[in-house]
Design a protein around this ligand. Structure first.
Ligand code: NAD
Length: 381
């Protein structure tokens, strides 16, 4: 069996789907591993390190995927590379299934089976393959580090002979995996941290990290979490209550870290332009929800801007790609664990059991048809 690791080509993508460590383990399973030349360059992994781990270095994407049974990538490969993947191969990546559902027909027709890692069910057994968690964790950390860099005062309280520098007040919006890591990081840097979320469990999690909870606690909050562990899209009535609370909260803070997401939908707008206008010059907003449109109305997805009143809004997309050595290492391990879980040692091949909850969760296409319940054309909304 041959496994190909593609070089990422999408703008701003610096990660790679395998590391020398995971290549060694893949070879140990009995796989021939082909890594496209330069695949690890932006994550500080030269070709030689992949080769030393047992990989064959392919001169281009076509050579890498030629004869491949399994293809590993971070993001869905672009059409040019996608169409070179052989019929019958399994492609494992973050497929962008919601943002580009049209691409599924093409992959089904091409006979490529796609495992969309972003659709992995949030169950205990799947935790070690959960790419959203591993990547969000690092994004949350990086968001605070970049906020600290952009904030011209410093995070901790500093008492010096020349006077006292007050601590930064940091407000984290959304306390999922990224938000909780952002809270922990901002606390470690010495900030005074508060946070909000709509899921009831989040309140205790925020407090357990030493931050204070600021949020609307009404009857809707009790049912804000779906069975899958994600937040629901909240009602207009809730949004109004939240907006009133945010109007008195945002302006009191120096740094806002936005992480609120609703699976498969546009990110909720929580910080309005009026709220930004109340912030002091030099304040910083980091919007890691920018890929889904952002939580702040002033965010320009993909860019860093300064508002008229001097607030810096960092709206870069793809925050895990801003810390590529760590994010590649964790992503590569997630994919290795996924493959290991479904690896048939006798047959030395991957066996994705149709009855398995994880397989049902991630598999978009199989044997030439779209099989995921949320994307089967006749059933899709
Ligand atoms: P996410 O990235 O989908 O969203 C980030 C946060 O934004 C969530 O906490 C969400 O509640 C919050 N949010 C959404 N709308 C909001 C709004 N209008 N206002 C304020 N906050 C809002 O979430 P995530 O980080 O992927 O985590 C979702 C949940 O899944 C968490 O409870 C997490 O602990 C859990 N989880 C479980 C497992 C597992 O058991 N295997 C793995 C990972 C995450």
């Amino acid at each position: 069996m041959r496994l190909a690791v593609l070089k990422e080509r999408r703008e701003g993508e610096t990660r790679v789907a395998a590391t020398p460590e995971t290549v060694k383990k893949l070879v140990g399973l009995g796989l021939t591993v082909a890594v496209e030349t330069g695949a690890g360059a932006q994550a500080s992994i030269p070709d030689q390190e992949f080769a030393a781990a047992g990989a064959e270095i392919a001169p281009n994407a076509g050579a890498a995927v030629s004869g491949a049974n399994i293809v590993f990538a971070v993001q869905m490969p672009e059409a040019t590379e996608r169409t070179q993947i052989p019929r019958g191969a399994l492609l494992v990546c973050i497929a962008g299934a919601y943002s580009d559902p049209g691409m599924l027909n093409q992959l089904a027709e091409a006979g490529v089976d796609v495992a969309a890692m972003e659709l992995l069910p949030r169950i205990t057994r799947a935790q070690s393959m959960d790419v959203l968690s591993s990547q969000a964790n690092l994004a949350g950390y990086r968001a605070v580090i970049e906020a600290a860099r952009a904030f011209d005062r410093g995070f901790p309280m500093m008492m010096t002979a020349a006077g006292t520098v007050p601590p930064a007040r940091v407000f984290v919006i959304g306390a999922g995996v990224a938000g909780l890591q952002a809270i922990a990081t901002a606390r470690r840097l010495g900030g005074i941290v508060s946070a909000t979320d709509v899921r009831p469990a989040a309140k205790e999690e925020i407090k357990s990290l030493g931050a204070s909870f600021v949020g609307v606690e009404d009857e809707e909050m009790a049912s804000a979490q779906t069975a899958g562990g994600y937040a629901r899209e909240m009602s207009e009535a809730f949004r109004q209550k939240q907006a009133a609370l945010m109007a008195t909260t945002v302006g009191k803070n120096d740094v806002i870290i936005c992480t609120a997401l609703v699976m498969g939908r546009k990110a909720p707008t929580i910080v309005t332009k009026e709220m930004v206008a109340q912030m002091r010059p030099g304040s910083v907003i980091v919007d890691i929800a920018a890929d889904a449109g952002g939580n702040c109305a002033a965010t320009v997805p993909g860019e860093s801007i300064v508002t008229e009143n001097g607030v810096k809004v960092l709206g870069y997309k793809n925050w895990p790609a801003r810390i590529p050595v760590a994010s590649s290492s964790l992503y590569a391990k997630n994919l290795l664990t996924f493959l290991n879980t479904f690896w048939d040692k006798e047959a030395k091949s991957v066996k994705l059991l149709e009855s398995d909850e994880i397989v049902q969760g991630v598999l978009l296409t199989r044997n030439g048809t779209i099989v995921h319940p949320q994307f089967i054309p006749s059933r899709a909304a």
